[in-house]
Design a protein around this ligand. Structure first.
Ligand code: SF4
Length: 74
């Protein structure tokens, strides 16, 4: 799972940071969302999907595919 947040859409309601604080935080200046763990462990996926559905601004998205591997260095 990969978690993406659009801080420009976020209204700082903190549903995400209060519900899944190991994955989401809030910017200390404007209270918009910060993704603390963009590739959360499997045990957090259900909670992340739930909060994505409850976000009032639609600022959160998840991609079910595993995190992209690092690009090989040549
Ligand atoms: S729940 Fe949505 S609107 Fe609220 S802080 Fe998180 S991303 Fe922003």
């Amino acid at each position: 799972m990969r978690v993406v947040a659009d801080a420009g859409r976020c209204i700082g309601a903190a549903v995400c940071a209060l519900s899944v604080p190991e994955v989401f935080g809030q910017d200390p200046v404007d209270a918009t969302v910060l993704v603390l763990d963009p590739s959360p462990p499997p045990e957090a996926h259900e909670a992340v999907r739930d909060v994505v559905n409850r976000c009032p601004s639609g600022a959160l998205q998840v991609d079910a595919s595993p995190a992209s591997p690092a690009s090989p260095s040549i």
